[in-house]
Design a protein around this ligand. Structure first.
Ligand SMILES: C[S@@+](CC[C@H](N)C(=O)[O-])C[C@H]1O[C@@H](n2cnc3c(N)ncnc32)[C@H](O)[C@@H]1O
Length: 221
């Protein structure tokens, strides 16, 4: 369906991930889709990530930067947040949105090949991104998140949890496409465990979010 293609964008030659091409439309859809709870849900995700003032944070697949900005609030101006996404149009939107917050920046990048030698972030977050990746790339992306975290660093992955009610789920599928209708969020936890994380916890935030949080073994600074 056309709206699904519009929302999920097109394949990026570097990744096979479905990248977004319409930042403003995604924003408008996101506000409606969360039924007025978007701010509350993403503020809670930022809290659950364990980010503290002064932390260095990476937001993978940041899109228009909604969670990135919540993370920037959490780390305050003493910290630093970098949002990464392969889609130039949404990055432009995110940069406009973060104007006046020098501790919040955005760059081109893909989840399966994160920049940097490794061990540079206190917290890595990623929301609604994993379902944009082909299934055979997801483990590689989570392994990269592990690599770039410091020992004791925290991971928070959040993704769309399809409604349990079959009619509601079908409606979601009709609007957003089959990937979201059948999104296997229960596979996030084993993905995180297999990458080497421990201290794993999971939960749901209404209306649509399932999250997994975890730590890289080691002592947090
Ligand atoms: C549904 S949006 C979520 C954006 C944002 N995190 C949020 O919660 O609103 C999914 C994002 O993943 C990005 N994406 C797709 N393939 C990717 C990849 N291989 N690496 C990083 N991001 C990717 C898309 O461009 C898009 O911005």
């Amino acid at each position: 369906m056309e709206l699904a293609r519009f929302l999920h964008g097109s394949a990026d030659a570097r990744t096979g991930g479905q990248t977004l091409t319409h930042g403003r439309a995604y924003e408008a859809f996101g506000n409606v889709f969360f039924l007025g709870h978007r701010r509350r849900v993403f503020t809670r995700l930022a809290e659950l990530s364990g980010a503290r003032p002064g932390d260095r944070v990476l937001d993978v697949g940041c899109g228009t930067g909604y969670l990135t900005l919540r993370m920037a609030d959490a780390v305050t101006s003493t910290g630093q947040v970098l949002g990464l996404d392969p889609a130039p149009e949404v990055l432009a939107h995110a940069r406009r949105r973060a104007a006046g917050r020098p501790h919040c920046s955005f760059a081109d990048g893909i989840a399966e090949q994160l920049p940097g030698p490794g061990g540079e972030y206190d917290v890595v977050v990623s929301s609604l991104m994993i379902h944009h990746l082909p299934e055979d790339v997801r483990a590689r992306a989570v392994a990269e998140m592990y690599r770039v975290l410091r020992p004791g660093g925290r991971l928070l992955l959040a993704d769309f949890r399809p409604p349990a009610n079959p009619a509601a789920r079908h409606l979601v599928g009709a609007v957003t496409g089959p990937v979201m209708e059948h999104n296997p969020v229960h596979l996030l936890e084993p993905l995180v465990r297999d990458a080497g994380f421990d201290g794993i916890g999971t939960g749901d935030l209404q209306p649509w979010i399932h999250y997994v949080r975890a730590a890289k073994p080691g002592t947090r600074r």
